[in-house]
Design a protein around this ligand. Structure first.
Ligand code: AP5
Length: 602
């Protein structure tokens, strides 16, 4: 971690090594005492000066030179050098792997931990500001680290040799700063190590201040007594501080990983360092190859190297903008049809048989004035045609009139739907009437030949409940997939204005038996529908992703990811993420999300 590849282009000046305040020298023994990392256990400075590492000052940043890294093989192509980010919990082995990556690939290693430690050692202004944060295991303020990294990345050597960014970005604002500057890696590696191993790795870690080499008292003891005598311990490597560093890492990791989800490669870091390096090395060689192929005009995505099918999340290109412009453009509509289709296909492929799609872009949200039945019909057509292309017989079902006599009627949203479906253009392949058939909702509408059922916005009408028909249909469908598109199964007021709550529990339980395979919601301030504040998206089998909408200077807008959740977030969780707060379990639902909460349940 402390070593830095020396480059001939550096304008250097050698200075004497000053031990970083708080570092502990282990002159002869590798035994760890409980106070090993406290500054009180420092040895006299004369002991340090017996082993003087060189510290290079380049402008205001100081780097240690490792003699080992002077002879570097530069493998990446001159024009398109590799750009790599490596991330992982404290002590997951980033520094250890970076040493090996640098030796083989010759990338410029930019470790924020090392840069900061060098600043601390040099007693620079940056170092003085960072010291307290680092020693207590907290993150150094974003602005300070970001400026340091961006400054370092802008130097010529990174353009020639490529870069290996270690320990940055480590918070959402840091990732956002890089995104704004369009600084993206070719691959984002995450080292995955179980928590219980991390503490032992940290507490047992020792570093050689001369070479920067990382040791471990048990796993990688030093080669000689001489090295052993000069090893130092980092002040933030106590058990207590490691636990707090780990907590901070966990709090931030999702937002960062989501930013790079299209480039993510998770590596099991709980193996021998050589085995891990073997995997990283073949990955990087592969990425190099891909870059060369891409350069020669033969566009080939990283997906192939990661063995991912074209329909996986990694092909996802972000949320389209201008969702307030009504009617939505053909491009926006196609984007959502395709997004829903891919998620639904994945769910069905995984054997799910009761799934629902919930998408409320303005044109598909019946609570808005701009709702368009045509958009819903197009979505249904895309799904039905795609399944029929796969050779499945699809039944598209729209519920008919409900109730009897004067009370007979159907939900306004569905009025005329069936006719529209029948008149729609279903292509010239003759799918309609053979592979695709239109029916109603109910047990009688399930034919033996049907393979899959798409139910168009099944809903309760005032005073009438669709659940019994739905249940009869799903019972008859048995193990065949049933897909609900924008179901509305929540309570609706009867014509008398009284809420229908009869059999409520049973109905809601039934509605909940359908698993959401796609969800997209726009978020607004409580009680408003303008401007859009953000969006919540989930596409099976991935996590819920929370986005914030940001106005850009050029009059454009974009969506940036704020957080991800394993299950649908509560209003509190969404509010907290927007406010940048940690989760407070006891907080009551309030804030801008309050409004949307009321329409979340189906
Ligand atoms: P930093 O130095 O980046 O610390 P870290 O992320 O906590 O990572 P570590 O250096 O502790 O571990 P590592 O993953 O490099 O593991 P290593 O290879 O050494 O940052 C330090 C501080 O700087 C932060 O706490 C913060 O204050 C500040 N900072 C840095 N970046 C920042 C940013 N972007 N924003 C704000 N603040 C920032 O290995 C650990 C041990 O395990 C070693 O003993 C090693 O020998 C052993 N080991 C390695 N691999 C294996 C293996 N495969 N099997 C067994 N043992 C192994």
């Amino acid at each position: 971690m402390l070593n830095y590849p020396a480059t001939s282009s550096f304008n250097c000046q050698n200075t004497r090594f000053t031990p970083p305040p708080g570092y502990t020298l282990h002159p002869s023994s590798l035994t760890l005492s409980s106070s090993s990392s406290s500054s009180s256990s420092l040895h006299s400075s004369s002991q340090y000066h017996q082993n003087l590492p060189k510290v290079i000052a380049y402008k205001h940043t100081h780097f240690n030179i490792s003699p080992r890294t002077k002879v570097l093989k530069v493998r990446c192509s001159q024009n398109e050098p590799l750009k790599v980010m490596i991330s992982g919990a404290p002590a997951s082995g980033k520094g250890t792997q970076c040493e090996m990556i640098v030796q083989k690939f010759g990338l410029v290693h930019i470790s924020t931990g090392d840069l900061l430690r060098s600043e601390v050692a040099a007693g620079s202004e940056i170092g003085n500001q960072a010291k307290e944060f680092m020693n207590s295991g907290r993150l150094v303020p974003d602005e300070l680290v970001t400026n340091m990294v961006i400054g370092r990345l802008s130097r010529d050597d990174t353009k020639q040799k490529g870069w290996l960014l270690d320990g940055f970005p480590r918070s959402f604002p840091q990732a956002e700063s890089l995104e704004k500057m369009k600084i993206r890696p070719d691959v984002f590696i995450v080292l995955d190590v179980p928590d219980e191993n991390l503490i032992d790795r940290c507490v047992g870690r020792r570093m050689d201040p001369e070479t920067g080499k990382i040791y471990h008292i048990k796993n990688f003891p030093p080669e000689t007594e001489e090295i052993k005598a000069r090893l130092i311990t980092r002040p933030d490597d106590t058990e207590e501080k490691v636990k707090s560093r780990l907590q901070i890492y966990k709090k931030n990791v999702e937002a960062i990983v989501s930013t790079y989800s299209d480039l993510l490669k998770k590596i099991d870091g709980n193996r021998s360092k050589d085995v891990i390096f073997g995997e990283i090395s073949s990955l990087l060689l592969q990425v190099e190859k891909e870059k060369e192929t891409e350069k020669s005009g033969n566009i080939s995505k990283l997906d192939s190297q990661f063995n991912k099918s074209p329909s996986t999340k990694e092909n996802w290109r972000g949320i389209p903008t201008n969702l307030n412009n009504i009617p939505h453009s053909r491009e926006i509509r196609d984007y959502f049809y395709n997004d829903v289709l891919q998620a639904t296909q994945r769910a069905i492929k995984d054997g799910k048989t009761r799934v629902k799609v919930e998408i409320n872009i303005p044109e598909l949200n019946p609570n808005t004035d701009v709702y368009r039945i045509g958009t819903l019909m197009e979505l249904v057509r895309v799904l039905a045609l795609s399944f029929s292309d796969d050779g499945k017989r699809v039944k598209v079902s729209v519920q008919g009139s409900m109730g009897e006599g004067a009370l007979a009627g159907m939900p306004l949203q569905l009025a005329g739907t069936r006719k529209i479906l029948e008149y729609m253009d279903w292509g010239n392949d003759g799918a309609m009437g053979t592979f695709i058939n239109i029916g109603a909702i109910g047990g009688r509408d399930v034919d033996e030949a049907d393979d899959i059922f798409i139910l168009v916005a099944p809903q309760n009408a005032m005073g009438n409940c669709i659940i019994d028909d739905l249940r009869a249909m799903t019972d008859a469908a048995g193990s065949r997939p049933v897909i609900l598109i924008n179901p509305r199964l929540k309570d609706l007021p009867a014509s008398s204005g009284i809420m229908q709550t009869m059999g409520r529990e049973k109905r809601l339980e039934y509605a909940a038996s359908f698993e959401i395979c796609y969800q997209f919601r726009l978020l607004y301030y409580s009680g408003t529908q303008y401007p859009i504040m953000g969006a919540l998206r989930m596409a099976y089998p991935y996590r819920y992703e929370l986005f914030k909408r940001i106005n850009e200077a050029n009059g454009k807008e974009k969506y940036v990811i704020l957080s991800t959740f394993p299950s649908r977030p509560t209003g509190d969780e969404v509010n907290d993420a927007f406010e940048g707060k940690t989760r407070d379990q006891v907080k009551k639902a309030s804030g801008f999300w309050g409004f949307l909460n009321s329409i979340l349940s189906t």
